[in-house]
Design a protein. Structure first.
Length: 145
């Protein structure tokens, strides 16, 4: 029987000299991913995403963008238990130029869109990045960010 687990995180981006870049973190197993982690206690998904960006990227000056939340699921084994994890991703705009590597990850990189799409390891988050990129384009076109 599978155990259900829920995580939340954010596709974090910054504008550097007119160029949008996305933050990618390299996990201990070697996957490139976005800041994310398990929901703690009675947290709302947005609260989890905010906490995880602060903990995993060392960034405090950012905001979640309204109107975007996508999820993906995957199954893995841990200590003989099958875990079915659902990850909810939001979009966050960083107002800080740099990020800080946490102990949970081996590396971090800011990547432009094409590099990010080609670097993200799993299909689920890669597809959500594609949707997020279009969503941000639309907000910029409408002058909302």
């Amino acid at each position: 029987m599978a155990v259900e687990a829920t995580s939340a995180g954010a596709i974090l981006f910054r504008d550097t000299r007119g160029r949008r870049e996305y933050l990618l973190l390299k996990s201990r197993p070697g996957d490139w991913e976005f800041p994310k982690g398990g929901v703690e206690g009675e947290e709302e998904l947005q609260q989890t995403a905010i906490r995880e960006v602060k903990e995993e990227a060392g960034i405090d000056d950012f905001r979640l963008l309204d109107g975007f939340r996508k999820d993906y699921s995957y199954v893995f084994e841990a200590n003989g238990t099958t875990i079915h994890k659902t990850v909810h991703l939001f979009i966050a705009k960083s107002y800080e130029a740099s990020a800080e590597l946490s102990k949970e990850h081996r590396d971090l990189q800011w990547r432009d869109y094409e590099q990010a799409v080609n670097t993200v390891t799993q299909d689920g988050p890669r597809e959500i990045l594609e949707e997020a990129h279009e969503y941000i384009d639309d907000l910029e076109d409408d002058g909302e960010i």
